[in-house]
Design a binder for this molecule. Structure first.
Ligand code: SF4
Ligand code: SF4
Length: 316
């Protein structure tokens, strides 16, 4: 697969980045062996970048996928820490559990933080310090906010941004897809590497996956797209699509006919409301003491599940 330069980092990545969120407990909950097998399948066919996060609990899957692998690889993770000490602990944990001497890119995982340059200033400073110590090669920012992407273009310490964009703009917290696209171009023109998330709005655009990927890949300044993949068939189809190979119509029709939804086992729900507070998209509300999802607003990120003390929320 073609490799694209990720801004001024000097790193080249495949435009298809393996997104590991769906492999973990928030979504499909695959074993590390099964998740690792899928990751390895993708690597052996040209994928050269893996996106994970402290929050996803998929380090074991990535470690399995990389076991004995000698090819080029960029491992990207994120820290949702609110303070420098926790950020350092997250990086140390990533190094240990991923069995890496250095993490290639570590994002400030700031999906719901409107101004990470103010609210996470101490964390950014600590990341830059860990970069000087050699624990991190590059510092990045993952965000659902257009304003944060715009601001990142003015902050050279942020070398990579990982913004949410899809052709409907679903999940963008402060504007439209067109405005996010303009902010992405601003970053890329400033030399910042950019790879996107949620090109299919967490599965909501799955029935138009090919055109939705084409929209994001065609935006000026996009170097890659993180895509969560759960089968060899899906990986092979995406590799072909991202390589510009004519798609297998039958295979894509099958992939585009899948449905995904948020499943809440309400009979075990204690009614604490944590999930409602966790949803930055306003897609959950309490009714008669139980959460109800608005499927028109839910981007199937699974973050509500991470806050549920009963572990009863999953994207299926
Ligand atoms: S309801 Fe849950 S999965 Fe849906 S957008 Fe909100 S946090 Fe994400
Ligand atoms: S976080 Fe879990 S237990 Fe609490 S209201 Fe939501 S589903 Fe129920």
């Amino acid at each position: 697969m073609e490799q694209r330069l990720l801004g001024r980092t000097g790193i080249s990545i495949s435009p298809l980045v393996y997104g590991t969120l769906p492999l973990g407990y928030l979504q499909a909950d695959l074993s590390p062996e099964e998740g690792g097998r899928l990751i390895r399948y993708a690597l052996e066919r040209g994928v050269t970048a893996i996106d994970t996060a402290t929050l996803y609990e998929t380090y074991a899957h990535v470690r399995e996928g990389l076991k004995g692998y000698n090819g080029e690889i960029t491992v990207i993770t994120k820290s949702h820490a609110a303070d420098p000490q926790t950020a350092r602990a997250h990086v140390e944990r990533g190094l240990k559990e991923l069995e890496r001497e250095q993490l290639d890119i570590v994002h400030i995982h700031a999906a719901r933080i409107e101004d990470p340059f103010v609210e996470r200033a101490g964390v950014i400073e600590e990341m830059v310090k860990m970069k000087s110590e050699g624990k991190i090669a590059h510092v990045g920012l993952s965000t659902h906010y257009i304003s944060a992407v715009r601001k990142a273009a003015l902050h050279p310490e942020i070398e990579v941004v990982h913004p949410l964009i899809n052709r409907t703009g679903m999940g963008i917290l402060d504007g439209t897809a067109t405005e996010m696209a303009a902010a992405i171009k601003l970053c890329s023109d400033a030399g910042t590497g950019v790879y996107a998330m949620k090109a299919l709005a967490g599965g909501n655009l799955i029935s138009e996956a090919r055109s939705s990927f084409a929209y994001v890949l065609g935006l000026p300044g996009i170097h890659g797209v993180a895509v969560g993949m759960l089968s060899e068939k899906e990986i092979a189809a995406n590799i072909a699509l991202f390589s510009g190979i004519a798609p297998d119509e039958e295979c894509w029709q099958e992939l585009e006919s899948r449905t995904r939804r948020l499943a809440i086992m309400k009979s075990f729900c204690k009614g604490c409301g944590n999930c409602v507070d966790a949803c930055i998209n306003g897609a959950l509300r309490m009714e008669d003491g139980k959460p109800v999802v608005d499927e028109t607003a839910c981007v199937l990120c699974g973050y509500c599940g991470a806050e549920c003390p009963e572990f009863i929320i999953r994207v299926v």
